[in-house]
Design a protein around this ligand. Structure first.
Ligand code: ADP
Ligand code: ADP
Length: 232
């Protein structure tokens, strides 16, 4: 898994009406296998941090290091889950989970690979309670189920770093609770490093080894919370 270090990150967006300082003074370090939650009010720059870690956006100042090396264009071994992840409507659940492997050019002509990947996808689906759903299509699934499929689609890539931006934000309370247990299980099983963005202090405390709290704009880190509660 991955070690992550953000040093003195600043992000300024240039807009028609002037500069928007979204982040300033961000220092973060995440050890291999650690589960970090970033909590803060809406608009404080959480998504911006995540996009910067994923390599989808560049900081105005400061550095991002992954395993002690400067981040290249896209974070190596990183997979991302967003709040409302889009599944491909014309593909079955199984083929949605397999999609990132196809993008990477792991070809379906390779029969051995195909079998292995298929079994891995089925195993992941089973581990989030979607056994038997592999041939369904996205429109046949509930919001929670779709979100589980997108988590499987991230995990099939064997990520060393899992980045999640409000992944349970659109779910009802019961589903969210179940998903939190599922995610803990997966995180213990696979041992990836996780950065989990949320505005829910409850999710943060439940899931993570370390919580950082952000202030309102311009987003900066207010404090690191000690985790007093034990994981279940
Ligand atoms: P959060 O995820 O915590 O809700 P964001 O990272 O989405 O916050 O946004 C942080 C701040 O940066 C907000 O004030 C937002 O309006 C601004 N912002 C984000 N993206 C852009 C952009 N592409 N252009 C201009 N301003 C942006
Ligand atoms: P289509 O383009 O018609 O959606 P593909 O040619 O991509 O289908 O794939 C054919 C079948 O091979 C799919 O039904 C899928 O289950 C399987 N498949 C595709 N890619 C992979 C992969 N990387 N690993 C395992 N099975 C795959």
């Amino acid at each position: 898994s991955t070690k992550l270090e953000l040093t003195n990150i600043e992000k300024v967006f240039k807009t028609k009406t002037g500069d928007v300082k979204a982040l300033s003074n961000i220092f973060l370090s995440v050890e291999p296998g650690e589960f970090l939650a970033v909590v803060g009010p809406s608009g404080c720059g959480k998504s911006t941090i995540m996009r910067i870690i994923a390599g989808l956006d560049k900081p105005t100042n400061g550095t991002v290091e992954i395993n002690d090396k400067p981040l290249k264009k896209i974070a190596d071994g990183a997979a991302v889950v967003f709040q409302k992840d889009v599944l491909l409507a014309w593909r079955s659940v199984l083929d949605n989970v397999l999609f990132p492997l196809e993008l990477k050019g792991i070809t379906w002509l390779d029969r051995k690979n195909k079998q292995t990947n298929r079994s891995k996808a089925l195993e992941l689906l089973e581990s989030v309670g979607l056994k038997g759903f592999e041939d369904k299509y996205p429109h046949e699934l509930s919001g929670g189920m779709k979100q589980r499929v997108s988590i499987c689609r991230a995990l099939i890539q064997d990520p060393k770093l899992l980045l999640m931006d409000e992944p349970f934000g659109a779910l009802d309370a019961l589903t969210r609770e179940q998903m939190m247990y599922d995610l803990l299980k997966l995180s213990d099983k696979y041992g990836f490093t996780t950065v989990f963005i949320t505005h829910s202090i409850e999710e943060a405390v439940f899931l993570s080894d370390k919580v950082v709290v952000m202030s309102e704009r311009p987003g900066t880190i207010l404090k690191e919370l000690p985790i007093a509660l034990q994981r279940p």
